[in-house]
Design a protein around this ligand. Structure first.
Ligand SMILES: [Zn+2]
Ligand SMILES: [Zn+2]
Length: 351
């Protein structure tokens, strides 16, 4: 079976909520950054009628929904493919998630853990709070602007990381990864996405006045990569379900493409005649063989139920085991001042 790979960003704001650039400009920035698709997710507004190809970039429109009356703020839900305005359901997260499923959409808990910045009340933490919910597709395990917020512990730090973000950006929060593993240990199937949370806003701080961070920069950083079994053909009606089906199936990994492109990463397993891609569930038939390929040499780790079970330095990891469980891959690289997260795959569930 042929496999096709596409790179996109799933968390973007425009002036319809609190972003700066309109849909066509967002698509232009995505094209410059080399993305194949982009999904605009404005706060509590589903902007219908903008979807389509802008040159070679497929632009889709979802929504980031939260209850504006809730204090303190919590529970941002990224919704795709529901094809309706669902913000009125925001006060009941489970009801909202159920309605998304009913409508054939998919949804993810956005920036599930966050750390506030003390420098501005605008930089409050907005985590996920209602962890008993079920039926969502996955977690946004890595949100670039959330990580920047956590780094913004002082005005000096803001200046430093606004100019040299790569010095600070290091990977998903440990708390997020732990919670992800904990939820999967309860039997939940939880795919991974990562996003920019791009707003393109201008911040002023003393002598500093600049756009932190431009859309194009963000689209070169934390992206979601998908695998499909058919190629995109340039037609919205054909390609939109293909992208959403790949996300729904968890055929995804989160890549920090600034370090080096993560295109070409693969994680699959086979056991007897059974085969699985990241996101798939597979029944064990004797031993299971896992294979991981990375496009550049790196520190590659295969995790079983949240613990490292095999590890290699290089571009290829192969591991044979009889153990069932939840397997996922984390890959790290050295960059500037230290170790950086590079690739985080959705899991393969071996039963
Ligand atoms: Zn949010
Ligand atoms: Zn957002």
């Amino acid at each position: 079976m042929s496999i096709y790979e596409y790179t996109g960003n799933l968390h973007v704001h425009t002036p319809y909520s609190d972003g700066e650039a309109l849909h066509a400009e967002v698509a232009q920035a995505a094209a410059k950054a080399g993305l194949d698709f982009i999904v605009v997710t404005d706060h509590n507004v589903w902007v219908n009628g903008c979807e389509g190809y802008y040159d070679k970039v497929l632009l889709l429109v979802g929504e980031e929904i939260h209850d504006v009356r809730r204090q303190p703020q919590a529970n941002h839900l990224l919704v795709y493919g529901a094809e309706a305005e669902l913000a009125p359901l925001a006060s009941d997260p489970q009801g909202l998630i159920d309605e998304v499923s009913q409508r054939g959409g998919i949804c993810y808990l956005a920036h599930p853990f966050e750390y506030r910045s003390p420098i501005s009340p605008d930089l409050a933490a907005i985590p996920w709070a209602d962890w008993d919910v079920t039926g969502y597709t996955g977690l946004e395990i890595w949100n670039y602007m959330s990580e920047f917020k956590a780094l913004a512990r002082s005005k000096l730090a803001v200046v430093l990381y606004a100019y040299f973000p790569a010095l600070g950006i290091a990977g998903p929060f440990r708390a997020t990864l732990r919670q992800w593993d904990r939820l999967m240990s309860q039997g939940k199937r939880i795919a991974a996405i990562g996003g920019a949370d791009a707003h393109g806003s201008t911040y002023s701080l003393g002598p500093l006045r600049r756009v932190i961070f431009p859309y194009e920069h963000l689209f070169r950083c934390v992206n979601t990569h998908i695998l499909t079994n058919r190629p995109l053909n340039g037609l919205l009606e054909h390609d939109k379900p293909l992208v959403y089906d790949a996300l729904r199936a968890g055929h995804t990994w989160v890549g920090y493409d600034l370090l080096a492109s993560t295109a070409g990463f693969r994680f699959h397993a086979h056991s007897g005649a059974n085969r699985a891609l990241m996101g798939d569930e597979m029944a064990r038939a004797g031993a299971t063989i896992f294979e991981v390929h990375t496009p550049h040499s790196a520190d590659v780790r295969l995790l079983l139920n949240g613990r490292v079970t095999a590890r290699t330095r290089g571009k290829h990891l192969r591991y044979t085991t009889a153990e069932p469980g939840v397997y996922r891959v984390e890959v790290y690289r050295q960059y500037q001042l230290g170790r950086r997260g590079w690739i985080f795959s959705s899991p393969i569930y071996v039963t």
